[in-house]
Design a protein around this ligand. Structure first.
Ligand SMILES: Cc1cc2nc3c(=O)[nH]c(=O)nc-3n(C[C@H](O)[C@H](O)[C@H](O)COP(=O)(O)O)c2cc1C
Length: 215
């Protein structure tokens, strides 16, 4: 399917620190990009289901911690596969808390910066937070970890709420087919039933009501 071509895109691995209601939180992302230099602006894409999304919305602040090739897989496991809603993920991850209440990870990262949200954009699944760095480390240590290094060297995977998540073939249990153009809707992140009534077939524009569930 054409979704596989997106695996050709390159990404860097980061941890996003945020302030929860009772404790600091952090999650792994591979979607931090630089938007501009003047003003210095970055963006990050955070799934609506992640606790981090809620934390950033409430405070308008987050840290970007750029992981290095020396950051251990255990840190990625702790921050990328469990939610801050279910407990304090930073209990076993060395960190400090800035006066703004957001954490800076201290586990062999390259550098960090504190960001203030200036704008946000909603997609069906994610919020893109656009933000300006306000403070950060003065130098870069080590080699930034790329997503390719994570998948090929560490042999890491992406969980369900990561933008790069692709289901294993056997996980695809059902599909809905457009009775007009035969386009198959197969998406584990948004079940067909949860798509809005206004959703239309991306190929022929037919309404959602013409789709039929295929066994
Ligand atoms: C390699 C990798 C990349 C990820 N990239 C993102 C991302 O860009 N955006 C996102 O919302 N979640 C991403 N995730 C998933 C979150 O880190 C994960 O859902 C985490 O448990 C969310 O924690 P929270 O609920 O405490 O925010 C990624 C996870 C991994 C392991």
């Amino acid at each position: 399917m054409y979704d596989k071509i997106l695996t050709s895109l390159s990404y860097g691995m980061c941890a996003i620190g945020s302030k929860g209601l009772t404790a600091a939180n952090a999650c792994i992302v591979n979607t931090v990009i630089q938007i501009s230099s003047y003003p210095m602006t970055v963006a990050v894409s955070i799934n609506h289901s992640n606790f981090t999304n809620e934390c950033i919305r409430r405070t308008g602040l987050f840290t970007v911690n750029v992981l290095s090739e020396n950051t251990s897989g255990a840190v990625i496991g702790a921050l990328g596969f469990t939610s801050g809603r279910d407990g304090n993920k930073l209990d076993n991850v060395r960190h400090k808390i800035l006066q703004e209440g957001v954490p800076v990870i201290q586990e062999d990262i390259c550098c960090w910066f504190l960001c203030k949200v200036v704008h946000s954009v909603e997609t069906v699944t994610h919020t893109i937070f656009i933000a300006e760095p306000m403070a950060g480390s003065e130098s870069i240590k080590g080699k930034p970890m790329t997503y390719e290094f994570y998948t090929k060297v560490i042999k890491g995977k992406s969980p369900k709420f990561a933008p790069t998540y692709l289901p294993e073939e056997e996980e695809i249990l059902e599909k809905h087919t457009c009775t007009i153009c035969k386009f198959d809707y197969i998406d584990p992140l948004i079940p067909f039933e949860e798509l809005p009534d206004s959703w239309i077939c991306p190929i022929c524009g037919a309404p959602k009501s013409v789709f039929r569930k295929m066994e």
